[in-house]
Design a binder for this molecule. Structure first.
Ligand code: RIB
Length: 297
């Protein structure tokens, strides 16, 4: 079984600020870094660091060498990453003193996927292989349909949620990883207490991981319901915490681990990520996660 992550790669221009800027305000930042990021890249790096043999597919721009290098450094296979001589995907991220962030996203080359490229990439994968997706690239509907025809297991983190997802046949997705807001957007049901039931009702064949920030995470597949609390830490930067959770959770599924183990490992990995700055640089290795879990007893 192989894992393909078809997704975004971004340069995150990250500014440390006392508070998130408000409308009409001009605010000086006290630090600035360019980090490798993008939900796709973060999840590929998390998968690789968790020990998975992962192929990343996507398109970088003329500023994207650092993104390619980050993949190689983490051990992500890069033969399905193309480069175009135009602006790549990037973000402007503010991180405040509590570690909270806000993000402006520019799609750039992430929004330039073509059907021909998707066909070429998918032709290297077969039934039973995993396809991991987020919502920072174009052509998701096409990629889902073609991967489903091939019998791939489709795992979707529909983030950031927007209307482009309404054009996708999400009934072909086997596993969703969503937060509370995305759950409400997908189901149209604002009732957070019943989000899992609403998701299951809409997609009865799928399994769900619902992350609730400091309130932990739930797994539900219509039969098994499992809760995982957070590991409390002092947050420095929450960027990529969700992506780290996603990568480590999928790695455990690929290993054949049970759901409580997968959730616990993912929650621990993500708790380490929030104690570090940046997206890709904050993602821990499997060894770090296992050691930290051992220390928990
Ligand atoms: O999930 C975090 C990521 O979202 C950042 O790395 C940024 O690139 C945005 O895509």
């Amino acid at each position: 079984m192989k894992v393909l992550n078809y997704g975004s790669l971004n340069v995150d221009h990250t500014y440390s600020v006392q508070h998130i800027v408000v409308g009409g305000e001009t605010l000086s930042s006290y630090e600035m870094h360019d980090y490798c990021g993008g939900k796709g890249l973060n999840q590929s790096v998390a998968l690789a660091k968790a020990g998975v043999d992962v192929w990343h597919a996507g398109i970088i721009g003329n500023d994207g060498e650092m993104l390619l290098d980050a993949c190689k450094e983490a051990g992500v296979h890069t033969e399905f990453i193309r480069q175009l001589d135009v602006h790549g995907g990037h973000t402007i991220i503010q991180v405040d003193e509590k570690g909270q962030n806000c993000i402006i996203l520019y799609g750039g080359t992430n929004q330039m996927q073509t059907e021909a490229f998707a066909d070429e990439v998918l032709s290297h994968f077969e039934a039973g292989d995993y396809l991991v997706l987020q919502n920072e690239i174009n052509l998701l509907g096409y990629i889902i349909d073609r991967a489903y025809e091939r019998g791939m297991k489709i795992i979707m983190n529909p983030s950031p949620y927007n209307e482009s997802l309404d054009a996708c046949d999400l009934s072909k997705v086997s596993l969703f990883l969503v937060n509370e807001i995305e759950a409400a957007q997908i189901t149209g049901n604002q009732d957070a207490d019943h989000a899992l039931d609403a998701l299951h009702e809409k997609f009865p064949e799928a399994a769900f991981v619902l992350t609730l920030g400091s309130d932990g995470a739930w797994y539900y597949d219509g039969k098994q319901k499992v809760f995982q609390d957070i590991f409390p830490v002092q947050a420095v930067d929450t960027t990529a915490a969700g992506d780290t959770f996603t990568g480590f959770f999928i790695s455990k599924l690929a290993e054949g681990a049970d759901i409580p183990d997968a959730l616990r490992t993912a929650a621990k990995a993500s708790s380490i990520a929030v104690t570090r700055e940046g997206a890709v640089p904050s993602i821990p290795t499997k060894e770090e996660v296992l050691l930290s879990l051992k220390e928990e007893g």
